[in-house]
Design a protein around this ligand. Sequence first.
Ligand code: FAD
Length: 402
Amino acid sequence: MYSPSISGVAANSESGSRIFVYEVEGMRQSEATDQTSNPIRRSGSVFISVPYERMNQEMRRIARMGGKIVSIRPSNSAPETNNGKVAPEAGLQSQKSGEKTKPMTQAKEKVQVPVNLYKPANPYIGKCISTEELVREGGEGTVRHVKFDISGGKLHYLEGQSIGIIPDGTDKNGKPHKIRLYSIASTRHGDDVDDKTVSLCVRRLEYKSPETGEKVFGVCSTFLTGLEPGDDVKITGPVGKEMLLPDDEEATVIMMATGTGIAPFRAYLWRMFKENNPDYKFKGLAWLFFGVAYTPNILYKEELEQLQQEFPDNFRLTYAISREQKNVDGGKMYIQNRIQENADQLWELVQKPNTHTYICGLKGMEGGIDEGMSAASSKYGVDWAGYQKQLKKEHRWHVETY
Ligand code: FAD
């Protein structure tokens, strides 16, 4: 029978247990009612309240009964509308502009997100301060960590944003080159923690022309990786709100990177573990999955491993080294194989309402990650595509691939 108070179930009971609501399809009412204290049936769906500590057990039971979980949410996160459906924007608050703010972990502190402080018509002229090769001997290609002085203007940014670079010179039509975007690899305070710099992690694009077979180097990446200290650089932005780090110090932050996709995660990790910020003391769990071709291609390897040693309870580091490690089937070890190996744990983590998952790097890396997550969630009768849609709606599944 319909109970109007599904969202009235205490999210935190007296014992401190959190309650979640599963929307389940395909389960006979008697099966649901027989074994649960609070099933609510609505046009083909059953809504079941489950304490956090019983979530996996309940999922297994539902799967055994042939039920399919179509959504899971904390009982207080998304009040239902009159017709029993979860309101798409439920839990989101309105800003002055009418724009929606991020729910839960993103909404703690109102930090203004700077956007387009410098536009292509009038870019900021930064100066290269330092440039450092990140690929060690035996590795593939060139990736450089490049730091710019931005102390002379109003440019500032947050972790997870990108800046635009306009390379010097002109294109084949004699026009100035267009901007290219690069993820910022430093925290909002910069590598020297003095609010005066921004850093990038740039791979020099190199490929064989399909037409001539000649080696071709990318325009902007070659420009950036070839900079010398003292050189000027035209910078635009910052841009991007997709990859912002939650303010919640207790959050679980799962990061999946390939190659230079590590850039925003370097910024997160430095903010979490290297800086001493009075307003942000990370106490949650950060888990980085990092895919590269060879060990010498592990960018920022020493620092990452140092962090893992210093903060074993708060930082996990999992490499996928495709040309050196083998997956369970004897094939190359890609990031998706690591996701599959850890899928059950990841599945459990993504269900926590303060878990954010970030994917950054090569286009195409998402497919394998979805496969891994899908395999794990299907064990509990959950359709991954639908569940992921919900995570995206809640701003807890973040993707930036290029
Ligand atoms: P271009 O001279 O513009 O050449 C690129 C073109 O070359 C492609 O459009 C394609 O037509 C062609 N091409 C490329 N590969 C091949 C191939 N294998 N076969 C045939 N043709 C090919 N890059 C980083 O290094 N670090 C970052 O942190 C980073 N962050 C980014 C963040 C965002 C949000 C985005 C959108 C992109 C990011 N990039 C990053 C990529 C970056 O913007 C550039 O696309 C990259 O550096 C290449 O630019 P380029 O000027 O060197 O290449």
